[in-house]
Ligand binder design. Structure first.
Ligand code: CP
Length: 321
């Protein structure tokens, strides 16, 4: 059984997935956006947390590959009556579905589901743990920016990426800190000290380094800056610093943007304009944010195809068990 539960994967496998996503990306230029690869397959999107980008792009990806796609959310399903994750998963599997995409507020839920249901499972974001397809689409968009377009076979060797924000609670940061170094990138985790995980101080263990000062990192002229969302729904009033302190120390303001040079700007969305970054930064030609959204469809097509197409030659994906 093959799953995608983590962004931790060998370099060759990551490049192979990004290359397959490049093949899928060509569909964006077609008038008729439909491939027959998953005809007769059924995919369930099981979302226990809100989502715009991930849920829509998995649905589009499945439909463009001709799969039948069913959306199930926590609200409106029997989960709201108290049904457990295990019983929900077994119920969906019993209907004969071929794969499940799951987002959950509980770290580790996709791995449990993978053990229980006997179907390929894709982690679409679990708690503060991982968001592997987000990291893959970030790498895809950044690879295109760095290499000036489709870049089959290429990695991100020596590309200096700073990830800025609440590192400790970010599944996006964790998945990127696993995937980007595997592709050769040099990753710096930047954020308020209470929001940097203790392990980040020991860069040798993670293969990344930690730096509390965004201004010092900007002076180093990184190749890319990834601004993380301040997760207002998870930390309102519970986590220091305050919004005003955050803006002073870690927001990409217009003044910092002017000092940043030509760095590419990434943000997983949804953005809090004026908090993580200014509107000028978000809308500048250095921003790859909408390219990330487009990449999300291509990367998720590649993942679904890899896991569910009967004719796909690849044996394994990251997190395969
Ligand atoms: N980046 C991301 O996961 O966005 P959504 O919550 O809208 O899916």
């Amino acid at each position: 059984m093959r799953h995608l539960l983590t962004a931790s994967m060998p370099r060759d496998e990551a490049i192979g997935l990004l290359d397959l996503a490049e093949d899928m990306h060509q569909i964006q230029d077609r008038e008729l956006k439909k491939l027959p690869a998953l005809r007769g397959r059924t995919v369930v999107n099981l979302f226990f947390e809100d989502s715009t980008r991930t849920r829509s792009s998995f649905e589009i990806a499945g439909k463009w590959l001709s799969a039948d796609v069913i959306n199930v959310s926590g609200k409106g399903s029997s989960v709201s009556k108290g049904e457990s994750l295990r019983d929900t998963g077994l119920t969906i599997a019993a209907m004969g579905v071929d794969g499940v995409v799951v987002r959950s507020g509980a770290s580790g839920a996709p791995a449990l589901l993978a053990d229980w249901i006997g179907r390929p499972v894709v982690n679409a974001g679990d708690g503060t743990h991982e968001h592997p397809t987000q990291a893959l689409l970030d790498a895809f968009a950044l690879r295109r920016r760095i290499h000036g377009g489709a870049a089959r076979g290429k990695a991100l060797d020596g590309v200096r990426v700073a990830i800025v924000g609440d590192i400790a609670h970010s599944r996006v940061a964790r998945s990127n800190a696993l995937l980007l170094p595997a592709l050769g990138a040099e990753v710096t985790l930047v954020g308020p000290p209470p929001l940097l995980p203790p392990a980040a101080a020991d860069g040798s263990r993670l293969g990344v380094r930690a730096e509390p000062s965004l201004d010092r990192v900007i002076d180093e002229r990184p190749d890319a800056l990834m601004l993380l969302r301040v997760q207002l729904e998870r930390q309102a009033g519970k986590v220091a610093p305050s919004a005003a302190e955050y803006i002073t120390g870690w927001s990409l303001t217009d003044e910092r943007l002017a000092r940043l040079g030509d760095a590419h700007l990434l943000h997983p969305g949804p953005m809090n304009r004026g908090l993580e970054l200014s509107s000028r930064a978000a809308d500048s030609d250095r921003s790859a944010i909408l390219e990330q959204v487009t990449a999300g469809v291509s990367v998720r097509m590649a993942v679904l195809y890899s896991l569910l197409a009967s004719d796909h030659p690849s044996a394994e994906l990251g997190g395969a068990r």
